[in-house]
Design a protein around this ligand. Structure first.
Ligand SMILES: NC(=O)c1ccc[n+]([C@@H]2O[C@H](COP(=O)([O-])OP(=O)(O)OC[C@H]3O[C@@H](n4cnc5c(N)ncnc54)[C@H](OP(=O)(O)O)[C@@H]3O)[C@@H](O)[C@H]2O)c1
Length: 325
């Protein structure tokens, strides 16, 4: 079958960071006992796919690996479904994001950028008719992560204020749209004027240049940028406020972790990763009930996946990039 896969790794600063990316034929998926096959109609790109091409979170022995965590498609019975990307151990009970043996599709098991993907039966979730395949394909990683950051780990409520750093990304646009839909006051930063303008259009109340002084303190900050914004995030919080972090796009090392502020202002630093199947079902239900739609930056045929990877590598996107079959 046609697939988009990693054949080798290239460091991020390599002349061609996409050197290991191949578009070509791969064997049909193996379907273990208790698993099923989904015919992919749409799959969305995540920064995770760029990390995979650099060998972050992917072992050399696992290559070649079909990339892609997210998919929406048709199950073996002809139903329209969304694929939950977190694969937990069959013996695991409870929150699957806490399973030490969990993996994401494209880490241990072949990913979604292909004609077909095999997943455990419990990882198939019904797709509401109100969402297109392209919209539904945005949800399992970026949107699920944003949902858990805001409402589970962040425990935010209508009326709270939240700052979203790096507005243009897939997770960040999901954070802005979901926070606004849930009645929060939403502030956002971006390095680019055009992205700040777009952030206002999709629901931010106020936008700022990255690192700019804010008019007041916020209840919570949603952090996926890491090194470039961490200090600003800590300084944006009111006493007792919380920072929820799920990514470090600009790097994990800090010159100043702002430890003094963290204890003196009694701030909470909260990690968050992906989400559960139940949270994915709640996210789908929220979108169906409110009419809220994922923001698709562009849709390209899977055969043009390299263009999509290049756009993400340049940071030239606002919202999700979707690959279609
Ligand atoms: N833990 C999890 O489960 C989980 C799930 C999903 C994603 N993530 C992580 O979250 C991060 C975002 O993922 P994504 O798929 O949303 O990526 P993405 O679509 O590529 O977005 C990255 C965003 O980060 C901002 N950014 C990058 N470098 C920056 C810098 N030097 N200074 C300020 N802002 C910068 C940019 O915002 P502007 O251009 O607007 O400034 C950009 O839009 C990634 O690191 C990813 O691995 C983690």
């Amino acid at each position: 079958m046609f697939a988009v896969y990693a054949e080798s790794f290239a460091p991020r600063d390599a002349a061609d960071p996409l050197a290991g990316l191949v578009l070509g034929e791969r064997p049909d998926p193996e379907v273990p006992e208790g698993w099923t096959t989904v015919t992919v109609r749409a799959a969305s790109l995540n920064h995770h796919d760029l990390w995979s091409l650099q060998g972050v979170g992917l072992r050399q022995e696992a290559l070649p690996m079909i990339l892609g965590c997210d998919a929406a498609g048709i199950d073996e019975d002809g139903n329209e479904v969304v694929v939950h990307a977190v694969i937990s151990d069959p013996s695991w009970v409870g929150d699957e994001t806490l399973d030490p043996r969990r993996s994401l599709l494209s880490e241990r098991y072949q990913g979604t950028f292909a004609e077909k993907v095999a997943v455990p039966r419990r990882n198939v979730v019904p797709k509401p008719a109100s969402l297109s395949f392209e919209e539904a394909a945005c949800l399992p990683t970026a949107w699920l992560t944003a949902y858990r950051m805001l409402f589970t780990r962040g425990d935010l409520k209508a009326g709270d204020s939240v700052l979203v750093q790096g507005a243009g990304g897939g997770v960040a646009t999901a954070l802005i749209i979901l926070a606004r839909a849930a009645g929060l006051r939403v502030l956002a930063t971006s390095r680019e004027e055009t992205k700040r303008a777009r952030a206002l259009e999709i629901g931010a109340h106020e936008v700022f240049e990255s690192g700019a002084r804010l008019p007041g303190k916020v209840d919570a900050v949603m952090e996926t940028v890491g090194r470039a914004t961490w200090s600003h995030s800590i300084r944006a919080l009111r006493p007792g406020g919380k920072i929820v972090i799920s990514g470090t796009t600009s790097g994990p090392q800090l010159d100043d972790a702002e430890l003094t502020r963290i204890f003196f202002l009694q701030l909470q630093v909260i990690g968050s990763t992906m989400g559960t199947r139940a949270e994915l079902a709640s996210l789908l239900s929220l979108l169906d009930a409110t009419g809220t739609k994922p923001l698709v930056d562009r849709t390209v045929p899977m055969e043009k996946a390299r263009d999509a990877f290049e756009a993400m590598s340049r940071g030239d996107l606002f919202g999700k990039v979707v690959l279609t079959r």
